[in-house]
Write a protein that binds this ligand. Structure first.
Ligand SMILES: Cc1ncc(COP(=O)(O)O)c(C=O)c1O
Length: 492
């Protein structure tokens, strides 16, 4: 059977349906038993059939931890579709796939080069592994107030300074859709025999349309954690860990993924991965083409709306490859509003929920789901927003505030396990942090365990709180206090 015919199959989904149709009575978990024991209102709302597929790893349905049957077949098809040698399914999102990649590549005391603006799962894995992060500080975009990706030059410099680094970790594309020059980064790393791990949370669609930037696997990366649930059309929490080459052993990835993964695997999530892969392989290019055109229509319209600006490929720093056309970043500071103000306005007045807002921007995400109605609604809402606020913007544009990247004083793991105390946030400047503080989304820590909190970080946290943006992480959710390492004298 050729690739095209093979990709029309969905062995896992079909296997589950065949199992249901056999009609055996379940004396096993889940205790709702095909929905019979579920809350009737919930069952009526989501539909009985969803419960029929909510199965467990009984023998005929294979086991994610050691797949030999329908899960193995589905993973093989996913590997083929995404251009990998191996694909491993994750039912705990990309966070767990990222952690598995990091644990497979570095051990205690070993160095891993990472951009500082990574998702917290990377830093969590570094704590678990006891690895030493070597941070590359991304260039900040002064006009948009966000961090972009890292360049091949920055990776080269980091490798020269740390020839003993065991892996390089990159984010491609970034949350805002910025694609790195990943082929060049991979070439730099591979010249030195160093594997490249990619957080491809926002790039599940890259393999399925020629106009999109190259995927991690196409770029030659060794492993990638890919959120099919974000842009590939599967259910939330279903992701892939992709692998190729010999720098990282695939068996090791299976082991580290299994180490972190629940034994109660959701077959609904697995079936959604299998079928999302089929849809991407069979119809992805046409559906993505339509989505790209729709996003472009809105992008062109926003350029004509007073007070708004869109992030374009021309705005990106050298060493990046371009922009995902499905991510539309609209800079709203020209209206004298914060991104959070606009998120709220969109909710209350525009009938729209956005993907993300930060201090200065709002991010709108297009996907293979959107139709013409979505385009009309967004264009109309953005025009009304501008009309309602542009006088205000002319008087008072928001000043751009960027977070300072704090310095690392202790390994994240040592800080995590050190003796700690709680101090008021205002008194925490110059102290070594024992916990994360992050704004979610995008989930990139302002400060992490082991880093020295600066006054600038405190001001940035306060600015985000004042705008009503979700600042998360500390034990004390009010952020009146934070947990720091116990020490007698401040560092400076
Ligand atoms: C850049 C990035 N990496 C990783 C993740 C984690 O993915 P998941 O939510 O699937 O665990 C996210 C989630 O928002 C993300 O934005």
């Amino acid at each position: 059977m050729g690739t095209e015919d093979r990709q029309r199959l969905a062995p896992l989904f079909d296997g589950l349906v065949a199992h249901v149709e056999r009609g055996r009575y379940p004396f096993h978990i889940p205790g709702h038993k095909g929905g019979r024991g579920a809350d009737p209102a919930f069952r009526a709302w989501i539909g009985e059939r969803a419960f029929w597929l909510d199965l467990i790893n009984i023998a005929p349905l294979d086991d994610l931890h050691a797949p030999r049957g329908i899960i193995r077949d589905a993973e093989r098809l996913a590997a083929e579709a995404f251009g990998a040698e191996h694909a491993f399914f994750s039912v705990q999102g990309t966070s767990t796939a990222i952690m598995a990649m990091v644990l497979a590549a570095v051990g205690p005391g070993e160095k891993i080069i990472v951009p500082r603006n990574v998702h917290k799962s990377v830093l969590s894995a570094i704590i678990l592994a006891g690895a030493v992060p070597i941070f590359i500080y991304p260039e900040m975009d002064q006009a948009f107030g966000i961090a972009h990706g890292i360049s091949p030059d920055a990776v080269e410099r980091a490798l020269e300074a740390h020839p003993d680094a065991r892996a390089v970790f990159v984010v491609h594309p970034t949350y805002y859709g910025v694609a790195l020059d990943l082929p060049a980064i991979v070439a730099t790393c591979h010249r030195r025999g160093v594997p490249v791990l990619v957080d491809e949370a926002h790039g599940a669609h890259f393999s399925f349309h020629p106009k999109l930037p190259p995927s991690a696997m196409e770029s030659g990366a060794d492993a990638a954690a890919t959120s099919v649930h974000k842009l590939g059309g599967s259910l939330t929490q279903s992701s892939l860990l992709l692998h190729q080459g010999r720098r990282i052993a695939p068996e090791r990835l299976r082991v580290t993924l299994s180490l972190l993964m629940t034994t109660s695997t959701s077959y609904l999530l697995l079936a959604s991965l299998d079928t999302a892969r089929r849809q991407l392989a069979v119809a992805g290019e046409a559906r993505l083409q339509a989505a790209i055109e729709r996003a472009e229509t809105v992008r062109r319209a926003v350029r004509t709306i007073p007070g708004l600006r869109t992030l374009e490929a021309d705005d990106l720093p050298p060493g990046t490859l371009g922009l995902d056309p499905l991510k539309l970043t609209v800079h709203v500071a020209g209206l004298g509003l914060s991104g959070a103000d606009v998120e709220e306005w969109m909710r209350a007045e525009g009938g729209i929920e956005v993907e993300l807002s930060d201090l200065y921007n709002v991010l709108f995400l297009f996907s293979l789901a959107d139709g013409d109605d979505a385009v009309r609604r967004l264009k109309d809402a953005l025009r009304r927003l501008s009309e309602a606020h542009r006088q205000n913007g002319a008087r008072k544009p928001k000043p751009i505030l960027l977070p300072e990247m704090p310095a690392l004083a202790l390994s994240p793991r040592d800080a995590f396990y050190a003796e700690t105390e709680r101090v008021p946030l205002e008194e925490a400047a110059d102290r070594i942090m024992a916990e994360f503080i992050l704004v979610y989304p995008p989930g990139i820590p302002v400060v992490m365990p082991g880093e020295i909190l600066t006054q600038d970080n405190i001001d940035y946290i306060r600015a985000n709180l004042a705008e009503g943006l979700p600042v998360l992480g500390p034990e004390d959710a009010t952020l009146r206090t934070v947990r720091v390492i116990k020490e007698r004298t401040p560092l400076r």
